[in-house]
Design a protein around this ligand. Structure first.
Ligand SMILES: Cc1cc2nc3c(=O)[nH]c(=O)nc-3n(C[C@H](O)[C@H](O)[C@H](O)COP(=O)(O)O)c2cc1C
Length: 395
């Protein structure tokens, strides 16, 4: 299966166009890194499960956020983009739950090579971050799968479980190839199957890992209500609702009123995360208030401003985001065009970054040229290797 990948949620694909090779290459390269930052291969030579000891309970994160009087902050699954260096960057910016890109479960369970190319992690991803007032912020890592089979989903969940805090089932991918395969949005007409998939994964993982679903709404909201009534019986740990239908483009405003209706319908024991058009911390507050949701998920907003959930990102993407990201990109390699794309996203609306800079950025041919360009533009600034780097703010 190969799909066109574009930077828009109508076109998110499975990453095959570069992901397969890129993943393998990344794993090979990081083997020479210090042991604290080896990329995970699920093969015998990779770091052991013991290197990944620290984990967190997703439900505890919801409780903590509630106690702090704020919605939970969630970075969306993004094919191609929510890979290891980007996820590690988010540890510095007050993000509670961080998703992997969507992974095809049937590929994942097929072979270690497929697993290596689809998923890389590091023990650092399991660490909490020291925040400015001395306390620790935990981050949950959730692997999102596309599947339409309970046994397959449960097996994929079981294989990845030692390295993540939970798994999620994609019920929202609107692409035609996904619909043909019966995955993504097509699951929005099969609530019993989805409930069975949740039960199968839960039975395999036990209570310590979350099992969640990410959905879109139907044009006829009563269908979503009926779907959720059935799926809620399987007790997913939480539910993310993207407030658009499968045929709506990302330029259509999400229907927050619909999400409020659904939130009121779903049992309170199941937290709801709202998704759609969150770009700033003030959007996050407003959207949570409008919908009554327990958490807010951002995709395009966090791609552009990885600091959007923290005080340091209130005025737009901080320069240190770019510098920190490059540090992670050097340490956990991903294909250079991807690094360049992340930096283009982050600098797209940055003050003082005009046409000339954009042209110069686009002319960078490799990571060294890119680091040189960033150093020349903003001065040399290297951030330390640890998850609790200076400058982290928990706000
Ligand atoms: C580049 C890109 C890749 C995406 N990949 C996925 C994915 O792997 N799984 C998924 O459930 N949604 C995916 N989406 C959809 C987003 O998670 C999200 O539901 C959508 O973009 C709406 O959120 P936003 O308005 O904050 O962008 C992707 C979106 C973008 C922009």
């Amino acid at each position: 299966m190969s799909t066109v990948i574009a930077n828009g949620n109508e076109h998110y694909g499975d990453g095959d166009s570069d992901g397969r090779h890129a993943g393998s290459r990344a794993v090979a390269q990081v083997d020479s890194l210090p042991s604290t930052l080896q990329s995970l291969t699920l093969s015998p030579n990779g770091p052991t499960q013991e290197s990944f000891t620290s984990s967190c309970q997703v439900m505890d994160l919801f409780t903590t956020a509630r106690e702090q009087g704020r919605p939970l902050h969630v970075s969306a699954p993004m094919v191609r983009y929510s890979k290891l260096p980007f996820r590690l960057l988010l540890h510095s910016y007050n993000v509670d739950i961080i998703y992997t890109p969507m992974i095809l479960a049937h590929e994942f369970i097929r072979s270690p090579i497929a697993r290596d190319s689809d998923f890389a992690t590091s023990p650092l991803e399991r660490q909490s971050t020291r925040i400015s007032h001395g306390s620790q912020q935990q981050h949950a890592l959730i692997a999102q799968f596309a599947s339409s089979d309970p046994t397959e989903f449960a097996r994929a969940a079981e294989l990845i479980a030692p390295w993540v805090d939970g798994v999620d089932l994609n019920c929202g991918c609107p692409q035609s190839w996904a619909l043909k395969e019966g995955i993504g949005c097509s699951l929005m007409s099969s609530p019993t199957l989805v409930a069975n998939m949740i039960r199968a994964a839960r039975a395999r993982l036990g209570p310590s890992k979350s099992v969640s679903v990410k959905i879109r709404i139907h044009a006829d909201l009563s269908k979503t209500v009926a779907w959720l009534d059935e799926v809620a019986k399987a007790e997913p740990t939480f539910i993310t609702i993207h407030g658009r239908t499968r045929s709506q483009r990302s330029s259509t405003p999400p229907d927050y009123g619909a999400i409020r209706t659904l939130r009121e319908r779903i049992p309170v024991s199941i937290p709801v995360v709202v998704n759609g058009d969150a770009y700033t911390l003030s959007d996050v507050t407003t959207i949570a208030a409008k919908t009554g949701a327990d958490g807010v998920m951002a995709a395009r907003g966090i791609l552009e401003n990885p600091a959007m959930f923290s005080h340091s990102g209130v005025g737009g993407t901080p320069v240190e985001c770019v510098q920190r990201f490059l540090g992670w990109a050097v340490r956990c390699p991903i294909p250079f065009p991807l690094v360049l794309h992340h930096v283009s996203e982050m600098t797209g609306r940055m003050k003082g970054f005009g046409k000339l800079e954009r042209r110069r950025l686009g002319a960078c041919r490799d990571l060294i040229e890119l680091v040189d360009f960033v150093d020349a533009k903003w001065g040399v600034q290297r951030y330390c290797f640890e998850a609790d780097a200076d400058g982290v703010d928990g706000g």
